[in-house]
Design a protein around this ligand. Structure first.
Ligand code: C2O
Length: 542
């Protein structure tokens, strides 16, 4: 195992993916930022120097951070932000996971341009559970605003409504030639006839799930969220913000040019997107014609296709099943989107003095501002969070029927920094239930610090007597982010074997400041190897 070192200089840079120059915050002047390549078992050390005008943190999305919670990154959860002109060194081991993950800013909307791939290959002497591809290409799907993204977010929070839609989707920072001014801004990869390639697809977009397709080629999914799957043949892939999907592509078509393309999956009426398609080009060596073939993407509201893909993935397991069969802590978590009164005119001027608010079990999550939750936990500082996150919703109702009149309390959630505390090594099952409070949509829920098993997912209200029979306890897919079906539910399980404070939140980026989040506090175990060590000396101060 090696120590892999990187330096991130984060500062302003000018890009022009559409017709206009825009100053963005970028890492080492590039968009996407640097690709990090490690082998399982390595130690990664990233020295982050913040020369941007904003508070900054970096999150290593999907990395377990076993006993290294101080390096996880969400602002005010595991660390105070790195202030402009300051630095922090993230240091952690990469153990027990292989595949594609990514890193991104975890502070306001900065992840729109501060992101990159984190590729974990098997350690020396081990190999992929499939024939080694000839080459591997990271395909990072992103979202672009011809505007300052922090301003876009602040404007949305101020008016109390949703944010302005983006101006383009991108592949590796480039919008592609279906957009104006873009003939030179198309991501291209070259392939040779007969060879197999791996596309490591990452959805780094802020607000939309995306369908992805390659013209003329079938794909085989081999991993999701850095966890191997039973090879799954498909012609279309769907990825939610936060998720990754590794596919194999065989260059077995006539030598030519083929578009790869992505466009949003809009799970519900009323959700918005810029409704455009980003493209990249796969070019065969010896290609004759040059006009690329375009794939036919699913309709943007094609829930049937999305669900068929997402619910049919299963894990590739080589040993005995690892799903915990005994559950110590059952939770039932509903998502609500409601309205809350503005605190002051200066921070919010929403209609009727109200703004959007989102909640889990009717608690709208509020980040602390004076100390990170992990510091408060480690040093025993009270007043930063409370341990009363409810494990069931306050009222039982017909979750997915928009026509019943809900308890009006659900429209005005309570605010708080409430956590659920769990004993070390306890097993947890969570029913994640979408609701129709103020409209229904698919929410990609991300858990920091763990992969979880997805036992089952479906539509309507979860019904244990009926739906427990669907649980896959043998080879369920393992993920760090699950798109909970629109108007439906998903059941996940994990073992709380990583002491620290771990955020669980919706990865649609505007839903986090609205409060669609909660956090787990996991106690230390009995031995030094199950005890969170003290913070590094350069941990930023608030
Ligand atoms: Cu990818 Cu809490 O984030």
């Amino acid at each position: 195992a090696k120590v892999v070192k990187h330096t991130f200089n984060i500062g302003n840079a000018t890009f022009k993916p559409l017709c206009k120059e825009q100053v963005i915050v970028a890492v080492n002047g590039s968009l996407p930022g640097p690709i990090i390549r490690v082998h399982e078992g390595d130690t990664l050390v990233v020295h982050v120097l913040n020369e941007s005008p904003y508070n900054m943190t970096i999150h290593w999305h999907g990395i377990f951070q076993l006993l290294s919670g101080w390096a996880d990154g969400p602002g005010y959860v595991t660390q105070c932000p790195i202030q402009p002109g300051s630095s922090y060194t993230y240091r952690f081991n990469i153990t027990g996971q292989e595949g594609t993950l990514w890193w991104h800013a975890h502070s306001s909307w900065l992840r729109a341009t501060v992101y990159g791939a984190l590729l974990i290959r098997p350690r020396a002497g081990r190999s992929y559970p499939f024939p080694k591809p000839h080459r591997e290409f990271p395909i990072i799907l992103g979202e672009w605003w011809d505007a300052n993204v922090v301003d876009v977010e602040n404007a949305a929070l101020l008016t109390g409504g949703g944010p302005n839609v983006s101006d383009a989707y991108t592949i590796n920072g480039k919008a592609g030639d279906l957009y104006p001014c873009n003939t030179k801004h198309t991501h291209k990869i070259k392939v040779a006839t007969g060879r197999t390639y791996m596309l490591r697809i990452i959805n780094a977009a802020l607000n939309n799930q995306l369908f992805f397709k390659v013209a003329g080629h079938n794909l085989t999914v081999v991993a999701i969220d850095a966890s191997y799957t039973i090879p799954f043949p498909t012609d279309v892939v769907i990825v939610a913000p936060g998720q990754t999907t590794d596919v194999l592509l065989v260059a077995n078509q006539a030598p030519g040019h083929y578009y790869m393309a992505a466009r949003p999956y809009i799970s519900a009426v009323g959700l918005t997107s810029n409704n455009s398609t980003t493209t990249g080009v796969i070019q065969y060596e010896n290609a004759t014609s040059s006009a690329p073939l375009m794939p036919v993407l699913p309709e943007t509201n094609d829930t049937v296709t999305a669900h068929r893909f997402l619910s049919n993935l299963t894990a590739l397991i080589t040993g005995p099943p690892r799903v915990p069969l005994d559950v110590d802590q059952h939770m039932f978590v509903t998502f609500g989107l409601g309205l809350e009164p503005c605190e002051t005119k200066a921070t919010c001027e929403g209609l009727n003095g109200l703004r959007f608010s989102a909640s889990m079990n009717n608690v709208s999550f509020k980040l602390p501002s004076t100390l990170a939750m992990l510091q408060a936990h480690f040093f025993g500082v009270s007043g930063i969070f409370t341990e009363d996150f409810p494990v069931v919703p306050p009222v039982v109702f017909d979750y997915t029927n928009a026509n019943v009149s809900f308890d009006s309390d659900l429209w005005t959630p309570v605010k708080g920094t409430r956590v659920k505390r769990l004993p070390y090594n306890s097993t947890v099952e969570i029913v994640l239930q979408n609701t129709a409070i103020l409209g229904t949509e698919n929410h990609p829920i991300h858990l920091h610090g763990f992969n979880f098993f997805v036992l089952a997912q479906g539509f309507g209200n979860f019904n244990r007597t009926r739906d427990a029979t669907l649980f896959n306890l043998v080879n369920p897919q393992e993920r760090n982010t699950i798109g909970v079906p629109v108007g439906g539910w998903a059941v996940i399980r994990f073992r709380a074997n990583n002491p620290g404070v771990w955020l669980m939140h919706c990865h649609l980026d505007v839903h986090l400041p609205w409060g669609l989040a909660m956090a787990f506090v996991i106690d230390n175990g009995p031995t030094p190897s199950s005890t969170l060590p003290p913070p590094p000396e350069d941990l930023p101060r608030c």
